[in-house]
Design a protein. Sequence first.
Length: 241
Amino acid sequence: MTYGNGYPNHQYHQQPVYLYTPRYIQYPYCHYFHHRSEVSPTSPPQNTQNPKQHIVNGQLNASVGSGQGVTVKTGADIGGKHGVGFNAGGNLNYNGVGTHADAHLGSEQYGIHAQGNAHLDSSQGFGFNTEAQALGQYGINAQANSHLSIGQGVGFNTGAQLGGQYGLNANAEGHLSQSQGAGFNTGLHLGGDNGVGAQAKAQFGGGQGAGLGINGHFGKYNGELGFNLGGKINEPKDSAE
């Protein structure tokens, strides 16, 4: 008589003890996930080579010596060449004083640009130049300059253009000096050299006597009306001499 037959289910309850897998078998899986977390690729590094765009730029420079005396330059830009900007500078030395400045709003193609400079020295006396442009090459352009000195006397020159080379062009010029006398010249043109134009000029003194002239052109046809009184006449030399 065996005890085993008296407990028929004894082996059924004992066998699962040997068939169950040990609980510590799960640790390799945990180690697997832990290992993957350690070797997982990191996020790509940030691009430090991309420079930031500066919206506002400014500069200020000053120098002394180097044969130019004292020189100062300053400028600022907002939004780059398509924004707003200005530059200004000046110099002071033994010859005299000079200044210059320019400013822009928008680019040269469609914006507004203005510049000017002035000087006062012993050789050229006093003079200034200004210019302004709007809407680029085919927009509006105006300029003016003048001078006052012992050698060159007094002079001025102004001009304006609308619509570029073949648009409307107007200019005026005057001078007064010991060598050139007094003179005035003004003109108006539309459509370029082959368009419509008129010009008037007057002169007194300067070895040319007194004169007044008016001329005009329409296409390729030119006309002129005027008179001259006095002045020097350059006669052609005799070819036989």
